[in-house]
Design a protein around this ligand. Structure first.
Ligand code: SF4
Ligand code: SF4
Length: 83
């Protein structure tokens, strides 16, 4: 699973693509994108001049039958955002 995502703030400077040690960043149709090759090293976050790269937020479902957060493809309860 991708750990980071490039937001619409990307100005397509290409710095992150050049610095990613895994070759996980590539030019998309209207901005750069992070592929599944991302290892989560975090280098790209620190080199982006406009802070366009952020940690991916996962939607988690608070399962109504228990206290634990269970990741589900279909939400059955209140949704919380976790890093
Ligand atoms: S976190 Fe590391 S591996 Fe993932 S896209 Fe950024 S620089 Fe590449
Ligand atoms: S370093 Fe930032 S602005 Fe430059 S291409 Fe990457 S995400 Fe876009």
């Amino acid at each position: 699973m991708d750990k980071y995502v490039i937001t619409a703030a990307c100005v397509e400077c290409g710095v992150c693509e050049n610095r990613c040690p895994s070759g996980a960043i590539t030019e998309g149709s209207n901005k750069y994108v992070i592929t599944s090759h991302c290892t989560g090293c975090g280098i790209c976050i620190n080199v982006c001049p406009v802070n366009a790269i952020v940690k991916k937020i996962r939607k988690m479902c608070v399962h109504p039958t228990g206290n634990s957060l269970k990741k589900r493809s279909v939400c059955c309860g209140p949704v919380v955002m976790t890093p």
